[in-house]
Design a protein around this ligand. Structure first.
Ligand SMILES: [Zn+2]
Length: 399
């Protein structure tokens, strides 16, 4: 597959894409905002929302919505006891999945696996290796793991990975810093602090690291979720972000955010029916499978929400509901500057709330309302549908 090689070609491609979008005949989306209003990546010219058809001939054909239970796996891993605690949480999470038939999609912060290879403490190293084995076993039972980072890969981890395997870093362009509407997290920490090449290096090596540790030689990491929902502040940032994902071999993203971080208009993802999209075209086509927007920014399994109502898709369409959790919030002794460590009672209450969520989803699945699925499997379904549509002939504009 040939890709743009140098910055000049990249910038030409960038202006073509942006220019093409400006005069696109695409009908206005109901989420589009031009002029006043919050910055909305779902209205960027290179992001085209689409709807998933409900296919009567498929196992999910009589359901209303897919349900993706995702979580950002970013536990505290500085000591053997931190790791013992998160391993206990993984055991609980895995039992919930087995009992209720609902898989997790874990967005794994690659830096959380580093102690297995780099810790000077043998007990920490061993526990971290066991935690990796736990995740691999969960994959064996139907879970999915994808990549998550809040900034660059830890430099010691990057050095370790580079010494193990030299991966060619693709690099095509740079952008100027501008005012920043987002939380200064993944894109800001990597791109604005260190540049495009380091951004692509962290994604490329992070992806390879998870593939080697979690899916040895079997499957690829396909998707990324940006830490802090930070995929850049502007349309141009976000296009560079998607180029970086593409050049790292990733084909999907889960986490566009609208508005200004810290203000009332900030929102993660979008409503069902508007949270999936193709991004760019041709060689650089990626998929966006965004979280479902909800109270607290997104649908969180332990906060109030109405999955039944969210599943009400248009006739003939499958809605995609994507919730977001953090298994680290069940970890013992995980205190931060904003939040003190939770008591055992609080931790148990949160476990119970999560278990209730699993029960609700299992009931809705039994009633053929939601169809629990991993991101990996959903991406497969989307690819097959789009290939079938492409071979069926020309489509309606914006269809
Ligand atoms: Zn995160």
């Amino acid at each position: 597959m040939e890709r743009f090689k140098g910055p000049t070609l990249f910038l030409i491609a960038l202006s073509l894409v942006l220019g093409a979008g400006a005069c696109s005949k695409q009908p206005a989306q109901n989420t589009a905002t031009h002029g006043a209003g919050p910055e909305n990546p779902f209205s960027y010219p290179f992001v085209k929302q689409f709807h998933l058809a409900r296919r009567a001939d498929k196992p999910y054909g009589s359901y209303k919505a897919f349900y993706l239970l995702t979580e950002d796996f970013e536990p505290e891993v500085s000591s053997a006891s931190d790791l013992e605690s998160i391993r206990d949480v993984l055991k609980f999470a895995s039992e919930l999945s087995s009992k209720h038939g609902i898989p997790w999609t874990h967005f794994v912060d690659a830096n959380a696996l580093a102690p297995a290879f780099l810790s000077n403490d043998p007990a920490t190293r061993q526990q971290c290796r066991s935690m990796i084995d736990d995740l691999a076993r969960m994959i064996g039972r139907g879970d999915d793991c994808q990549l998550h980072l809040h900034g660059l890969l830890d430099s010691a981890l990057l050095d370790y990975l580079k010494a193990e395997e030299k991966v060619h870093i693709k690099e095509s362009g740079l952008a100027e810093a501008q005012t920043y509407r987002q939380r200064k997290s993944f894109f800001f920490q990597s791109f604005y602090r260190r540049g495009y090449r380091d951004l692509v290096a962290s994604l490329t090596y992070g992806k390879r690291f998870l593939e080697k540790t979690l899916y040895p030689g079997k499957k690829q990491i396909l998707a990324f979720r940006p830490g802090g929902w930070d995929h850049g502040a502007t349309s141009q940032d976000t296009l560079l972000y998607f180029y970086a994902l593409s050049e790292s071999g990733l084909i999907a993203n889960s986490g566009l955010s609208t508005g200004t971080f810290g203000e009332a208009d900030f929102r993660v993802g979008n409503d069902p029916g508007h949270n999936i999209a193709t991004v760019l075209g041709g060689e650089h086509r990626l998929f966006e499978v965004s979280p479902t927007a909800g109270p607290g920014g997104y649908i969180n399994p332990v906060l109030p929400h109405d999955l039944n109502k969210l599943s009400n898709s248009a006739p003939g369409e499958m809605a995609v509901i994507v919730s977001v959790y953090h298994l680290g919030s069940l970890q013992k002794g995980q205190a931060s500057t904003e939040h003190p460590a939770k008591s055992d009672t609080q931790l148990q209450t949160e476990r119970d709330t999560l278990e209730n969520h699993f029960k609700t989803v299992a009931e809705l699945a039994a009633a053929k309302v939601v169809y629990p699925i991993t991101l990996r499997d959903l991406l497969e379904i989307i690819s097959q549908m789009q290939e079938a549509e492409a071979s069926a002939g020309p489509r309606q504009p914006g269809g």
